[in-house]
Design a binder for this molecule. Structure first.
Ligand code: GUN
Ligand code: ZN
Length: 423
């Protein structure tokens, strides 16, 4: 197998602080990083290697820790808060995935758009239909994209077409898990939609399924809107709080993560921390649905690990650079100051950790998959003007997040395969 040298300026944040290296190179063999060092040293070590020079700034591929496969076409639908938005836009869009051909087309579009947005690995909330999920697994595998996905479990409080019995969900999940997750870079995730969508029996079955399969991940939604929290209180009057409901069914733990977690009490944060359960902050979606302001510092101070999600279709961009811009704003209005290293870590290594892929992706450490993006301005715009003034790689990355967005992604490399994005 031959070695390829990818050269340029590299910035990553494997431990939370930004670490940069200019005039550097990644030596890549069979899709994996075999060395990360100065260009001069690696050119000497691999004199025969094919050399690919990347313009601008190279950072690890983004890891989107919460994005919905069937919600592309309803992103940007106007004017509702969470529960009405689900009924009015989300469930009708998801019902269309009962048609396998529609699902196939959307799977190709979805994976192409993730790659265009610089996402190389993701935790993907699927849909209720096994055939649609097969199309997604196959398309992700073809693209070499890593992460986790699975069937959405729901058996109440939605249109009949989206509901399946507990036994149907368990059996279909078992089949998808054994077919798609024994080889390659994809893991299986059990995805009970959220407490109101699942009967107690279904939540218990999700907990049992998680325990039965040690490689499985679990993700759901928690405490996104105040109306949702109130609804859960009515459904479970004896539970101490929303988090307690998930805990009762064995759904907390180091393989579990929850999107949002905006309105949690100190006690709930303490339970998440004690059980090593993670949260996924989705600032663009929270602003869009008016759900509230997640306090990142409060969650981190309570010992809860946090990753970043686009949450498209409630989110308005698949590009984690855009999501970082909203993250920065949401934290600034709460008086939380953030370092560039923290932001880069959140969009890359923190997501890899959530996926159980700490040693697989998220930074340039040798042994990991060669997943990275090259950032640079494309047009004569605010981003280009700022870029010309930047005197460090950290400044360049921050400018890409504040001003660049998707247009800043010049190319995406997944497991060593580079796609250059035209115009
Ligand atoms: N809560 C339950 N389902 C969903 C969903 O599809 N999107 C968001 N943002 N929240 C949810
Ligand atoms: Zn979501």
């Amino acid at each position: 197998m031959s070695v390829t040298l990818h050269t340029g300026s590299f910035l990553h944040a494997p431990r939370g602080e930004a670490e940069g290296m200019a005039l550097a190179a990644l030596a890549v063999e069979a899709g994996r990083i075999v060395a990360f060092d100065s260009q001069a040293k690696l050119s000497e070590r691999y004199p025969e290697a094919l050399c690919i020079a990347h313009p601008g700034l190279i950072v690890p591929g983004f890891v989107d820790a919460h994005v919905h496969f069937p919600q592309l076409a309803m992103a940007g639908a106007h004017g509702e808060s969470l529960l009405d938005w689900l009924d009015r836009y989300t469930f009708p869009a998801e019902l269309e995935f009962a048609n396998a051909r529609h699902a196939q087309t959307r799977a190709r579009q979805f994976v192409g758009m993730l790659r265009r947005a610089g996402t190389t690995n993701a935790m993907i909330f699927g849909v209720s239909f096994p055939k649609a999920m097969r199309a997604l697994f196959e398309t992700l595998n073809e693209a070499g994209m890593g992460g986790a996905t699975g069937l959405v479990w729901m058996n109440q409080e939605g249109p009949d077409g989206l509901l399946s019995s507990t036994e149907e969900c368990r059996a279909a999940s078992e089949a998808l898990l054994s077919e798609f997750c024994s080889v390659g870079s994809l893991r299986y995730a059990v995805l009970p939609r959220f407490v109101p969508s699942c009967s107690p029996k279904m939540l218990q079955a999700a907990g049992d399924f998680l325990q039965a399969h040690p490689d499985l991940l679990l993700q759901s939604h928690l405490s996104e809107s105040l109306d949702e929290v109130k609804w859960v209180q009515q459904l479970y009057p004896k539970a101490t709080d929303y988090t307690d409901v998930y805990e009762q069914f064995g759904l907390l733990g180091r393989r579990s993560s929850y999107a949002h977690g905006i309105h949690l009490s100190d006690k709930e944060l303490q339970r998440l921390s004690a059980t090593k359960t993670r949260l996924v902050h989705c600032p663009s979606a929270n602003l869009y649905l008016g759900s509230g302001l997640f306090d990142y510092r409060r969650a981190k101070s309570a010992g809860v690990e946090v990753a970043l999600g686009s949450d498209v279709g409630a989110g308005t961009s698949l590009c984690l650079l855009d999501v970082l811009r909203d993250f920065y704003g949401v934290q600034m209005v709460q008086g939380n100051r953030l370092s560039v290293g923290e932001m880069l870590h959140l969009a890359t290594q923190a997501g890899a950790d959530l996926l159980g892929m700490t040693d697989e992706t998220g930074s340039f450490e040798p042994g990991k998959r060669a997943d990275f993006v090259a950032l640079r301005p494309k047009w004569d715009d605010l981003f280009a003007a700022r870029w010309a003034q930047c005197s460090s790689m950290e400044e360049q990355f921050f400018a890409a997040a504040m001003l660049g967005g998707t247009s800043a992604i010049a190319s995406t490399t997944i497991a060593g395969q580079t796609t250059v994005h035209p115009g």
